[in-house]
Design a binder for this molecule. Structure first.
Ligand SMILES: [Zn+2]
Ligand SMILES: [Zn+2]
Length: 483
C-alpha cells in the first residue's frame, strides 16, 4: 500500500506514461495500480479501478447491498477516462452501478460473457422497479439512481466476448492489452478475467465456485502462472464443512420436503431470483422425474419466474447454464395466490413455496409467506443460499424453536414453531480452494477483494504462510496500491 507520498510519485509517473512514450522500465514491466472503489472493506459495491500501462478500466461496478441511495454506489467521483469496463456477472453487487458509470462515460464499452449480455438489462430493469418502490415505501429520495430509459444505452455498450478466447484491444499508439474471460462457476454467465499487457499477467477471479452446480459448471481458470492475482475472499471466515457435498445436501433437502409434505405441512424455500431459484427448480424437477419428490404443488413468484425465459435462452444460446423452461410445466408450478391470509394463520394450500428473496428481505413474497408458516410446527423453512447475519433470514437462522420473530409492517410477531433449516448450496469457493488456486498461480502480488474484514484477515495470514514470496494487499477504500 502506498502512503500519500508514494501516490504523488505514482501520479507523476502516470503523467509521464500518458504524455510520452514508455520509459525503459515500463517497456519491460509496466506498473499496475489498483484502487478499490467500494466504500468499505467488505463484500459491498464491487468496483476496482485498474491502471496498467496506458490502459484504465474497471472490473465491475456494483451497488452495496446493505446501503441505500447514493451511499450504495462505489466511489465514482473522480474516475479517469476509461478504456473499457469488465462485467464479471450480473449480481447487483457487481452490476448495479453500471448505468451510472455509463452516464458519466457514454462511449465506454463493457466486456462480458454472452450470457451476461442476454440478461443484464432485465436485471437492471428490476433494479429500477425496486428502487422506485423503495423511494415510495422507505422515502429514499435519491432513488432511482437511474431510469428505465437509460438501460438501452447500457445494452448497447455490452460487448459479449466468447469465453476462453484471447481478445487483443488497442489503446493509444501501438499499446495493446489482451483480455481473456474464463468461466467462473458461481452463477450463469460468471467469469474471471485475465489481462495481459507486455510482460504483465493479472487475473481477477470475480466470484468463483470450483465445483459443479445442478445448472452451472465449475470454473475453468488459467493454469499458467500470473504475476498478480486479485481474489474474492467471501468465505475466508468460514471453516470448510466436513462431509458436506451438493449431492448430500440435495438428498437432505428432498428428505425434509417429503417428510413435511407427508405430514400435511408446507415448505418455504427462500431463493435468490437470479440463478438459485432455477437451480432449485431443476433439482426438484429432476427429483419429480425419478419419483423422489412428493406429489404436492409448487408455488413460485416474481422475478425468478420472469427470468426462467432468460435462463432458457442462455441455455440454448450460450450453454452457460442448464435450465429448461419446461420444468415449470413438469412441476406444475403455480403462481402465488393473491388472496390475503392474515399473518399467523397457516396457508390453506399445502405445498412447496419457492420464493424470493433468498435472505427473506422485508416485503418480499418469501417474507410474507414466512409470516403465515412460522407459527405452525408442521411447516418448515429451508434456506438454500447465503444469508447475511443482519438480514431477516440471518436473524431467523439464529432463532430457536419457541423464540419470537417480528414482521414489522405486518404487525405480527411469530412464535417460531416451524422447523428452520440451513442447506449448503453455496455459489462461492471454499477458502482452502482459493488458497490452492493462488498457489497454482504463483503470483508475486495478491490483492484481496469481496470479503468482510475477518475473511480478509484469514486470507492475509493463510497466504503469508502458504506463499511467503508473495506480497498480499488488502486495499483500503479509494487508496491506490501499486502491485
Ligand atoms: Zn455474485
Ligand atoms: Zn458478489
Amino acid at each position: 500500500m502506498e502512503d500519500a507520498r508514494g501516490r504523488v510519485s505514482l501520479a507523476v509517473f502516470r503523467f509521464h506514461l500518458r504524455g510520452r512514450a514508455c520509459c525503459v522500465v515500463c517497456a519491460d514491466f509496466s506498473p499496475v495500480i489498483l484502487t478499490d472503489l467500494n466504500s468499505e472493506q467488505d463484500i459491498g459495491a464491487n468496483c476496482l479501478l485498474a491502471e496498467i500501462g496506458p490502459f484504465r478500466f474497471l472490473i465491475d461496478s456494483g451497488v452495496h447491498p446493505k446501503k441505500l441511495g447514493v451511499a450504495s454506489l462505489p466511489r465514482l467521483g473522480r474516475l479517469p477516462e476509461l478504456d473499457f469496463v469488465v462485467l464479471t456477472h450480473c449480481h447487483l453487487d457487481h452490476l448495479g452501478a453500471l448505468p451510472v458509470v455509463l452516464r458519466k462515460q457514454p462511449r465506454v464499452e463493457v466486456l462480458c460473457s454472452p450470457a451476461s449480455a442476454l440478461v443484464a438489462k432485465r436485471i437492471l430493469r428490476n433494479s429500477v422497479t425496486v428502487m422506485l418502490r423503495q423511494r415510495e415505501e422507505a422515502g429514499v429520495r435519491d432513488y432511482p439512481l437511474f431510469s428505465y430509459e437509460e438501460l438501452d444505452a447500457v445494452e448497447k455498450a455490452l460487448r459479449p466476448l466468447p469465453l476462453l478466447s484471447r481478445r487483443v484491444l488497442r489503446g493509444v499508439g501501438d499499446a495493446e492489452i489482451a483480455v481473456t474471460l474464463h468461466p467462473a462457476g458461481h452463477v450463469a454467465g460468471a467469469v474471471g478475467c485475465l489481462l495481459e499487457h507486455k510482460h504483465r499477467r493479472i487475473f481477477f477471479t470475480g466470484d468463483v465456485l470450483f465445483h459443479d452446480q445442478e445448472t452451472v459448471s465449475r470454473a475453468e481458470f488459467p493454469s499458467a502462472p500470473v504475476d498478480t492475482l486479485v481474489t474474492e475472499t467471501t468465505h475466508g471466515a468460514v471453516a470448510p464443512l466436513e462431509g458436506v457435498s451438493r449431492a448430500g445436501e440435495t438428498a437432505r433437502l428432498l428428505e425434509l420436503v417429503n417428510g413435511v409434505v407427508a405430514h400435511g405441512g408446507s415448505v418455504l424455500i427462500p431463493a435468490f431470483a437470479f440463478g438459485r431459484m432455477h437451480e432449485m427448480l431443476t433439482l426438484l424437477g429432476e427429483a419429480r422425474r425419478r419419483g423422489a419428490l412428493a406429489g404436492c404443488p409448487v408455488f413460485c413468484s416474481g422475478l425468478g419466474i420472469d427470468l426462467a425465459d432468460y435462463f432458457d435462452l442462455m441455455t440454448r444460446k450460450t450453454g452457460a447454464v442448464r435450465f429448461r423452461r419446461r420444468v415449470l410445466q413438469e412441476l406444475g408450478v403455480r403462481s402465488l395466490s393473491q388472496r390475503f391470509v392474515p399473518p399467523g394463520r397457516d396457508l390453506p394450500e399445502k405445498g412447496i413455496y419457492l420464493l424470493s428473496s433468498g435472505m427473506l428481505v422485508e416485503n418480499t413474497p418469501a417474507w410474507r409467506v414466512a409470516a403465515n408458516l412460522l407459527d405452525h410446527a408442521r411447516n418448515a423453512v429451508c434456506f438454500v443460499g447465503y444469508c447475511d447475519p443482519d438480514s431477516p433470514g440471518g436473524r431467523l437462522l439464529g432463532c430457536r424453536r419457541g423464540d419470537t420473530f417480528a414482521f414489522p409492517g405486518l404487525d405480527h410477531v411469530a412464535h417460531v414453531r416451524a422447523r428452520v433449516e440451513r442447506f449448503y448450496f453455496s455459489g462461492h469457493a471454499g477458502r482452502d480452494e482459493l488458497v490452492a488456486f493462488a498457489r497454482r498461480c504463483d503470483p508475486r502480488s495478491i490483492v484481496l477483494t469481496h470479503g468482510d474484514p475477518p475473511a480478509r484477515k484469514w486470507f492475509e495470514e493463510a497466504l503469508a504462510e502458504e506463499l511467503p514470496g508473495a506480497r498480499v494487499f488488502d486495499p483500503a477504500p479509494g487508496v491506490a496500491v501499486q502491485v
